[in-house]
Design a protein around this ligand. Structure first.
Ligand code: UGA
Length: 450
């Protein structure tokens, strides 16, 4: 069987760049490409264009070792490589279906530059049957003369832990239609020593959407349990532990809070609902998952109101803007909806995030005193009537609460991620409001408001 020597990665975003760097680190020759020339130039200088822990040093190492090269010339990358990983964006259209125009555009460039057999591997999240369209498109544009296979290899890495996830995946899924595609992909991934699911292309594509939808379902499920816990005076963190120890349920993705955001879960859920509808399958279960998630911010605002009564002209510290910790990504972040909502209420906002402030400024320009960006969590808390925790960054766990107590106007914390210890806060004199875990309220020593 013929061998391959160069891997091409088309699209250098949150999936493509860790993939390119990861394969280079495994010893392969990799050429990465993106039609955003400025991004390519930054990467070529060894700069990671987004915040992803551990990625930049590995990028530099592999550029310097000459195993990884990047170019803005997509055609040249296609001609150089034998295996092409498609990692371009698949954003969402207004009707919830994925916009596949970037996939189509890159496939046309592939068609124009085919110079021998290529294995084309979808890594971007795409709806089931996309590979069929890729095949048809290449055949059309090459008048049926091309030698190629299309395979699906969905990516399961998470932002914030992308490097670790690349080298230690729970599983690898490959959907193939030829022996050569199977052999090549198995050879590529062999060093990772992970369980590999080899299946057909449609099934592999479907696995990706099913995985993200199931994760979303788990989160919405625990969020409903949180609401029920609040109603009956139970603690959702203990419920999550109590059910999560059952291996059939598992402990992960049972963290209640302000809901899921990011570029993947909300979009993939919508896309999966759309696919089901297109195929006349009633997947209203997933619509409910989405509805529950969309209601989380209102639920959280209600909690803030429960703590503060009137929100107009209250000074609120927002701790965390990124959709989750260890990333600067704010796409579909719950914080965005919350910030808009609180501004509408007439509150003054003091925002802090360890990594996402630059991105946030693009969406909400500084507008003092209504909206200020602060250099630290403590600065954001200064003069605040309440601290609202929206992203569970590590540094928030490590705060000196006695010190925070000295700078706030009122000692109130509303923890949208259940990431703080209520006892620690109570000991420092704070009122604590969690999500579905009861509250520690201190209305003063002698009186309790109704
Ligand atoms: C998700 C999947 O976890 C990855 O496996 C997948 O590869 C990726 O999408 C993708 O399709 O590219 P990611 O978007 O990086 O990864 O983030 P997650 O860790 O899944 O978190 C998503 C959201 O759910 C975050 O807003 C997080 O705060 C929230 N979440 C997560 C909860 O509210 N509760 C939990 O228990 C877990």
């Amino acid at each position: 069987m013929e061998k391959f020597s160069v891997i091409g990665v088309l699209g250098l975003g949150h999936v493509g760049l860790p993939t390119a760097v990861g394969f280079a680190e495994l010893g392969w020759r990799v050429v990465g490409t993106d039609n955003d020339t400025e991004k390519v130039q930054r990467i070529a200088r060894g700069e990671c264009p987004f915040y992803e822990p551990d990625l930049e040093p590995l990028l530099r190492k592999n550029l310097e070792a000459g195993r990884l090269r990047v170019t803005p010339d997509v055609g040249e990358a296609v001609r150089t490589a034998d295996v092409l990983f498609i990692c371009v964006g698949t954003p969402q259209k207004p009707d919830g279906s994925p916009d596949l125009s970037q996939v189509e555009a890159v496939i046309r460039t592939v068609s124009e530059n085919l110079n021998g057999y290529k294995l084309i591997v979808e890594k971007s999240t795409v709806p089931v049957q996309t590979a069929q369209w890729i095949k048809r498109t290449i055949q059309r544009y090459t008048k049926g003369n091309a030698q190629f296979d299309v395979a699906s290899n969905p990516e399961f890495l998470r932002e914030g832990t992308a490097v670790r996830d690349f080298f230690h995946p729970d599983r690898i899924v490959i959907g193939v239609e030829s022996e050569r595609a199977r052999e090549w992909l198995l050879e590529l991934y062999r060093p990772l020593n992970a369980p590999i699911v080899v299946t057909d292309v449609n099934t592999a594509e479907l696995i990706k959407h099913a995985a993200n939808s199931f994760l979303a379902l788990k989160i919405s499920f625990i969020n409903m349990i949180a609401d029920l816990c609040e109603a009956v005076g139970a603690d959702v963190t203990e419920v999550a532990r109590g059910i999560g120890l059952d291996p059939r349920i598992g402990p992960h993705f049972l963290q209640a809070g302000v809901g899921f955001g990011g570029y993947c879960l909300p979009k993939d859920l919508k896309a999966f609902i759309h696919i089901a509808e297109e195929h006349n399958v009633d997947f209203s279960l997933l619509k409910e998952v989405e509805r529950i998630n969309e209601a989380r911010i209102e639920r959280f605002v209600r909690k803030v109101r429960e703590a503060l009564w009137v929100l107009k002209d209250k000074v609120l510290a927002i701790w965390g803007i990124a959709f989750k910790p260890n990333t600067d990504d704010i796409r579909e972040a719950p914080s965005l909806k919350l910030i808009r909502r609180l501004l509408d209420e007439g509150a003054f906002l003091r925002l802090y995030d360890p990594a996402a402030m630059e991105n946030a400024r693009q969406v909400f320009p500084e507008d003092p005193p209504r909206l200020c960006y602060c250099a630290s969590a403590l600065e954001a808390a200064t003069g605040a009537h309440a601290i609202l925790v929206i992203t569970e960054w590590d540094e928030f766990h490590q705060m000196d609460w006695q010190q925070v107590r000295k700078v706030v106007a009122l000692p109130i914390v509303v923890d949208g991620r259940n990431c703080l210890a209520p006892e620690t806060l109570a000991a420092a004199g704070f009122e604590y409001y969690g999500m579905g875990r009861g509250s520690v309220k201190r209305y003063g020593s002698e009186e309790h408001l109704p």
